[in-house]
Structures are given as structure tokens and as C-alpha cells.
Design a protein around this ligand. Structure first.
Ligand SMILES: *[C@@H]1O[C@H](CO)[C@@H](O)[C@H](O)[C@H]1NC(C)=O
Length: 383
């Protein structure tokens, strides 16, 4: 791993910096230069501006707003002394989201920890760069609310329990947003057709540089993710979409400018839009695993130019669909117990390698790889 020089110096000066505090040990506070993470089974809990302590359990205390506000101060130390924590929660995007200046979210900005809707909303809508770490399950105070995220935000779950329940995120004319390591959804209102409420997990209008990674989207009211009106430079990786009707729609525009990479995603027990890619300039889909798809799978729609590589379709109805106006080039795919129609290739699709580098896994390995990884992973943001 490359360690920047000032960071290396800090580590050499403070040899204990990477250690974890013991149970009941100090883990933060003004002037504290020791460890800011706690041993397994305990959590760093804010006591006052000068003292945070490792207390038993992984649940967070009731002084929620305070903890979140001061986390900005207490975790500052972490960004300069704890190499693992700062780099692991703050990765930059690959794929199409890496173009147009890259997608780095709030990386390098203020780090805060939130465990309630009000704090999540406060920081996600603040001006400036924020790395917002989500601790545990956060329930939306108003069901279906989509927090209007502003530019330069990383919203990342801590460990494997970060969750946005009963709400989601809205992007409107913004850029540079990372959503990682979170479960999002459960706004379902009983209307399978999604006509009652326009509640999405993520709804993006005319926004760019978006990276969604290692998330689970489930049981939404309308779309799990709707990327609309020329949203662009998008990567969705290692993410599960499950138990839903209208999964992942990209388009709702006459312009043909949207560029998206979707790989190692798990479409499981879902009906339609897996994804529906309408008028995409470039849609690059590889190493996805589609299982029990009742309406249709990958759909090259309108004037889309779609490249599909090594996707595993199992029990999928209409695994690949193409409009007569669209380009489609699929290779290396496996079809097991599929029904309906698989569209033939047509035209010559773009070459993703001319935009970014990527590695394609063998199709036979895709189900196992995707099942193991398309979800929050503890090492992405350990604390
Ligand atoms: C397949 O997915 C549909 C949702 O589209 C769901 O209703 C059904 O229960 C799933 N079937 C199985 C066997 O899981």
C-alpha cells in the first residue's frame, strides 16, 4: 500500500496509532492522539468534547445528535493517524464514474458518524465535502422521504449493519456522490405496481458522477434506483436488488448522453428493469447474476449502445431484450433454465477498455462471487 509521507511520519511518531483501544479505554477527545477505534465487541461512545470511551456492544447511545456533531472533531484525529480507517472508508470510483474528473464523494473532507435520520439529513444536505458514516439501522422519520443529497458526499455504512429503512436519497442537479456499504429500502406500501407513491431508494435527476457500491436495495415502493434526465457517469458495483417489481431504470430522456457501468450486481427475485437502459450513450454490463427474473433482464432500449460481458442468467424470463433501434453486443453469457426470448446481437457496441480498465471474471464463477460480495462487507468501513 502506498502511504503518503506526512501520514508515514505521523505513524512513526505515534507507534501506537494503529492499535485499538481496549474496552473502557479512551478512543477520542480534544488533544487525544491515541487509538480512535475500539476492540471488537465495543464501540467508541462520545462522553464529552475531551473524552470518548470504548463501551461494550455495537449499539450506539441515545445522545445521538451530540455524538454525530462531535464526531467531526473526534474523527479528525482518525483521518491523520489511522491509515486503515481513512483509506478503507474513502475509496474512489472506477468504471464510468471514474471519468469526468472522477467520483470521490466527500473523501478527504469532514468525517462524521450518524445513527439517526435527522443527523443523516443534516450532513447529507450540508455544503462541502463530508464522509458520512452510517452506524446501524436508521429509520426514516417520514416514510418514503428521499434525502436531497448535495455535492461531494460519501455516505458509507460502518461494518455490515448500516441501513436506511423506509426512506432513500434524491439527487437533483448535483455531482460527485458515493453511496456504499448500505442496505436501503423497505418503503413498500403494498402497491406492487408502484403507482401509489414515487418513493425510490435512489432517485437521480440530471446529476453526475455517482457511485453505488456494495449495497442491498429491497422492497421499495416505486423504483429501487431511478436514474433520470441525463444523469451521467454512473457506476453500480457489487450491489443486490431483490424482492421488488421496478428495479433499476435509467433514462427518461430524449438525449443520448448517459454512460453507466453495472457489474457484479445480483438481481434476485425481481420483475422488470434489471436494468432498463433507455437511450444510454454507453451501457456496460458485466459479471452480473440474474436469478428468478419474472418479466425481463438486461434491456437495451431506445438508442442505447449496450455491451454485455459474462453475465449469468438463471431462471430469467426474457434474459436479454433489445429494441430495434438499439445496439447490443453480448458475449460469454450463461443461460440456465431461462424462458422467453434472448435478443440477438445487433450492431457493434463501444469498447469499454477505451474508457477505463477493468477485469472480467469467468462466467462460471459469477453466481458464487456475486452472492458473496454484492452486499455490505465489513472491511469496507470497519469503524
Ligand atoms: C420470484 O420473484 C418474484 C418477484 O418477481 C416473487 O414473487 C417470487 O416469489 C419469486 N420466486 C421464488 C421461487 O422465489
Amino acid at each position: 500500500m502506498h502511504v503518503p509521507k506526512p501520514l508515514l511520519a505521523a505513524l512513526l511518531l505515534a507507534p501506537g496509532a494503529l492499535a485499538q483501544s481496549p474496552l473502557y479505554g479512551q478512543c477520542g477527545g480534544i488533544g487525544w492522539t491515541g487509538p480512535t477505534t475500539c476492540v471488537s465487541g465495543s464501540t467508541c461512545v462520545y462522553s464529552n468534547a475531551y473524552y470518548s470511551q470504548c463501551l461494550p456492544g455495537t449499539a450506539v447511545t441515545t445522545t445521538t445528535t451530540k455524538a454525530a456533531t462531535t464526531a467531526a472533531t473526534t474523527t479528525k484525529a482518525a483521518t491523520t493517524t489511522t491509515a486503515a480507517a481513512s483509506t478503507s472508508c474513502q475509496t474512489a470510483a472506477h468504471g464510468f464514474a471514474a471519468l469526468n474528473g472522477g467520483t470521490t464523494g466527500g473523501n478527504g473532507g469532514t468525517v462524521v458518524v450518524v445513527n439517526n435520520w435527522a443527523d443523516l439529513k443534516k450532513y447529507a444536505t450540508s455544503t462541502g465535502k463530508y464522509v458520512i458514516k452510517v452506524s446501524g439501522k436508521i429509520v426514516a422519520t417520514t416514510t418514503g422521504e428521499e434525502i436531497p443529497v448535495t455535492n461531494d458526499k460519501t455516505i458509507v455504512g460502518i461494518g455490515t449493519t448500516g441501513e436506511i429503512y423506509g426512506g432513500g436519497f434524491g439527487f437533483n442537479n448535483v455531482k460527485n456522490i458515493i453511496i456504499r456499504n448500505l442496505k436501503i429500502g423497505n418503503t413498500y406500501d403494498g402497491d406492487w405496481e408502484g403507482k401509489t407513491h414515487d418513493w425510490d431508494g435512489i432517485q437521480s435527476d440530471t446529476s453526475s458522477n455517482i457511485w453505488v457500491d456494495h449495497c442491498i436495495f429491497e422492497r421499495g415502493a416505486d423504483g429501487l434506483i431511478d436514474l433520470r434526465l441525463d444523469s451521467n457517469y454512473i457506476t453500480i458495483s457489487y450491489t443486490t436488488f431483490r424482492n421488488h417489481n421496478k428495479v433499476l431504470g435509467i433514462g427518461w430522456t430524449d438525449n443520448v448522453i448517459t454512460q453507466a457501468t453495472i457489474h457484479h450486481c445480483y438481481f434476485q427475485n425481481v420483475e422488470q428493469r434489471n436494468p432498463s437502459a433507455d437511450n444510454l450513450k454507453y451501457a456496460h454490463l458485466y459479471n452480473n447474476y440474474l436469478y428468478n427474473i419474472t418479466s425481463y433482464g438486461h434491456y437495451s432500449r431506445g438508442s442505447t449502445n449496450m455491451r454485455i460481458e459474462n453475465v449469468y442468467f438463471e431462471k430469467a424470463n426474457n434474459p436479454i431484450t433489445r429494441d430495434s433501434t438499439a445496439i447490443l453486443q453480448a458475449s460469454g453469457c450463461t443461460f440456465v433454465s431461462c424462458t422467453g426470448t434472448t435478443a440477438a446481437n445487433s450492431g457493434t457496441a463501444f469498447n469499454p477498455s477505451s474508457f477505463y480498465s477493468y477485469t472480467v471474471d469467468a462466467t462460471a464463477n459469477v453466481p458464487a462471487l456475486v452472492k458473496a460480495n454484492a452486499q455490505p462487507i465489513a472491511s469496507i468501513c470497519p469503524s
